[in-house]
Design a protein around this ligand. Structure first.
Ligand SMILES: O=C[C@H](O)[C@H](O)[C@H](O)COP(=O)(O)O
Length: 237
């Protein structure tokens, strides 16, 4: 594992390693997406290689997770071939005190919600900067939409009081395209007072595939922190 010097990366690395240390041999593991989960996938690979862990199989939540799993020697499977997921490890963009989440900063929230919701235990890995009192206070809410429905969905979101913007690519001309070939609308809501209702309302708009609110899905939040200059991991169970 590379030696990190950036404090945020150190927190992500510690929390990723801690989550990976909780996986047992024989487990079917949901492999999340993003920079924090990438450390967990790397650590799972290291444990497999050292013989500390045996016979795990991963269910990737994105093309990124699939590529990383292959790079670190984690065998993969699909939801068609299994009847359970023992544990999923995934990041988040915001976590509120009720363990509700905003996800989708990497446009992977649709597959993530499928995999994370199926897991017997869903472990969220975040650095302390992701903890918020109220969802939507620091991060726009991602909504995956099929391309032909972008304009009506944006109008409908405005009627709900949101300010939508189409997510554009970086180092790619035009919009971000998801692993499913869809587009992402990022929405600023002044306040998300009732995440469970908003999650349902958005998903009821014709053309919306999934939004990034994860309500009541997370079991355990592992928070990477720096205390007295040292990285530590705090658990919110
Ligand atoms: O679509 C991406 C995912 O929901 C990520 O898990 C989330 O954006 C957190 O990513 P990171 O660990 O890179 O902050």
């Amino acid at each position: 594992m590379a030696v990190e010097t950036d404090p945020v990366k150190i927190m992500k690395q510690e929390v990723g390693k801690t989550a990976a240390s909780r996986v047992s041999s024989g487990a079917i593991v949901g492999l999340g997406t993003g920079s924090t989960t990438a450390y967990a996938i790397e650590s799972l690979g290291n444990r497999l290689q050292s013989g500390d862990l045996k016979d795990i199989v991963g269910v990737p939540t994105s093309f990124q997770a699939e590529v990383l799993a292959k790079q670190y020697g984690i065998p993969l499977t699909t939801l068609d071939a299994i009847d359970r997921i023992d544990v999923a490890i995934d990041g988040a963009d915001e976590v509120d005190p009720q363990k509700n989440l905003i996800k989708g900063g990497g446009a992977a929230h649709t597959r993530e919600k499928v995999v994370d919701s199926l897991a017997a235990e869903f472990i969220v890995v975040v650095d302390s900067g992701k903890l918020v009192d109220r969802l939507g206070s620091t991060f726009l809410l991602p909504v995956e939409v099929i391309p032909m429905a972008v304009t009506p969905v944006m109008r409908a979101i405005e009627k709900l009081g949101g300010k939508p913007e189409l997510r554009m690519g970086i180092k790619k001309a035009g919009p971000v395209v998801t692993d499913q070939g869809n587009l992402v609308i990022d929405v600023k809501f002044e306040a998300i007072d009732n995440p469970i209702e908003l999650e349902k309302t958005l998903n009821n708009l014709p053309g919306v595939l999934e939004n990034g609110l994860f309500v009541g899905v997370a079991n355990t939040i592992l928070v990477g922190e720096i205390k007295d200059g040292k990285p530590t991991v705090r658990e919110i169970a």
